[in-house]
Design a protein around this ligand. Structure first.
Ligand code: AMP
Ligand code: GLY
Length: 425
């Protein structure tokens, strides 16, 4: 099978690494890929958002399957465009990607299907929004309705902050994404990322994982795309996995199928584990980044075979096997991330780090300079990933590998995995 991966982050490097290992993979391409992905796939200068360019490339190279990494091309309908061109793709259609692309869509679906989530209301008008925010307990959560690259959420601790967030969002600070806003109740608890592989009807849960969204140690600083992750996440007990499957994932799949927009792909639920059980914070319609990195290094089953089963609606026959080992990844980010990451600094020692036992360094925002040196090109740059018998030992190994990298232009959190380790794991 000839496979094309769309994207250029650490998630796509992990996908390329896992798909390249499948006996069914005859040729692997990535658009546009990155220098790490280039070890497993031929990288081609095609943008994942250029659906005509992607279709042209697929025809030229007789691609059998396209695996879409990021949400933007999914929300723009690349899977629909590929299907029209007769090309198989893994990921939801534009209509099904609404689960990530519109918070109002998802909140309404939850309400109709009886799925536990924060109480909410949707607004287009600032004065009505402020009246509602003024009337509900603090803190209150204000969200841009559309895709805002993880930055469209403000947790307002005061009425003045809430009013400022409402004015900024409805005033256009997130462009079209903020043309309407959702205001919701603040949920207390511990967060977990939950993933299910879906074929429109059947959902197969993946192993559990937890992300670290804040930029700095102790979960302080601005929200980011994720500064590190580990799997399994002890907060997600088997009972919570079963409850999440039965009360959140299954009703979502059946509501989507009933609406005539079945969900195929990775359904990623951001959960808050509250005293009343798991509640849905939000859906994403793709693998998490960096959660994919820790999940895929633990996956023992053939990822490509599982993806093809999902695309072909055969997941009821699929069982996924996971390594009993723990995995942990540390995101090494460019100084200035997330606000203004500095580009161009030289990174050394990545090969030495990656040659340590049970360590893989996934590349995200890397590039090569004209002399062939590895340089920083984006915000999150490397994902230093390690396996261990426990989360504690995976953490030690990951930080040992981080220590082998010489990159004064970057920073990382020193406490990835702290919640699990505090539980004695
Ligand atoms: P989202 O982009 O919806 O994942 O939100 C980003 C982050 O904001 C989440 O990971 C949570 O940490 C936080 N958040 C979002 N909604 C809520 C909520 N209703 N209650 C508490 N925290 C929230
Ligand atoms: N790690 C968070 C995300 O992928 O959205």
């Amino acid at each position: 099978m000839r496979v094309l991966i769309l994207g250029s982050g650490g998630r796509e490097h992990a996908l390329a690494w896992a798909i390249a290992a499948s006996p069914a993979c005859d040729a692997l391409f990535a658009a546009p890929g990155n220098p790490g992905i280039a070890a497993h796939a031929r990288c081609v200068p095609v943008s994942p958002n250029d659906s005509a360019g992607v279709i042209d490339f697929c025809r030229r190279e007789a691609i059998d399957l396209v695996v879409v990494g990021p949400e933007a091309p999914l929300a723009a309908g690349i899977v629909d465009a590929l299907a029209e061109a007769g090309i198989k793709a893994f990921g939801p259609t534009r209509a099904a990607a609404q689960l990530e692309a519109s918070k109002h869509f998802t909140k309404t679906l939850c309400q109709e299907a009886g799925i536990a989530t924060a109480r909410f209301a949707t607004f287009h008008d600032a004065s009505a929004a402020k009246a509602y925010a003024g009337d509900h307990p603090l803190p209150v959560v204000i969200k841009a309705d559309g895709l805002a690259a993880g930055k469209g959420v403000i947790i307002a601790a005061t009425r003045a902050e809430a009013a400022a967030a409402i004015d900024a969002m409805l005033g256009g600070s997130f462009g079209e994404a903020g043309a309407s806003i959702v205001i919701e109740e603040f949920l207390e608890g511990e967060e977990a990322s939950f993933f299910a592989l879906c074929d429109g009807e059947t959902a197969v849960p993946l192993a559990t994982a937890q992300d670290h969204k804040r930029a700095h140690d102790g979960d302080t600083g601005p929200n980011t795309g994720g500064m590190g992750a580990y799997s399994p996440a002890p907060v997600m007990t088997q009972a919570l996995v079963d409850e999440t499957m039965a009360r959140i994932i299954a009703p979502t799949l059946s509501a989507m199928a009933t609406r005539g927009t079945p969900f195929r792909g990775i359904l990623y639920a951001g959960l808050m584990i509250t005293d009343e059980g798991p509640k849905l914070i939000e859906y994403n319609c793709r693998f998490g980044d960096p959660e994919a990195q820790v999940l895929l290094v633990r996956l023992q089953s053939d990822l490509l075979a599982a993806i093809v089963a999902a695309v072909e609606g055969r997941l009821s026959e699929t069982v996924l096997q996971w390594s009993p080992k723990a995995a942990l990844t540390v995101v090494y980010a460019a100084n200035g991330y997330p606000a203004a990451p500095e580009k161009g600094s030289v990174i050394e020692g990545v090969e030495a780090a990656g040659s340590l036992e049970d360590v893989i360094v996934f590349h995200a925002g890397t590039a090569r300079d004209p002399e062939g040196r590895l340089i920083a090109e984006g915000g999150r740059v490397l994902n230093v990933t390690a396996l261990g018998d426990t989360i504690d030992s995976a953490q030690r190994r990951a930080y040992q590998a981080v220590g082998a990298i010489h990159w004064p232009g970057g920073f990382y959190r020193r406490d990835i995995g702290w919640r699990a380790i505090a539980r004695g794991l």
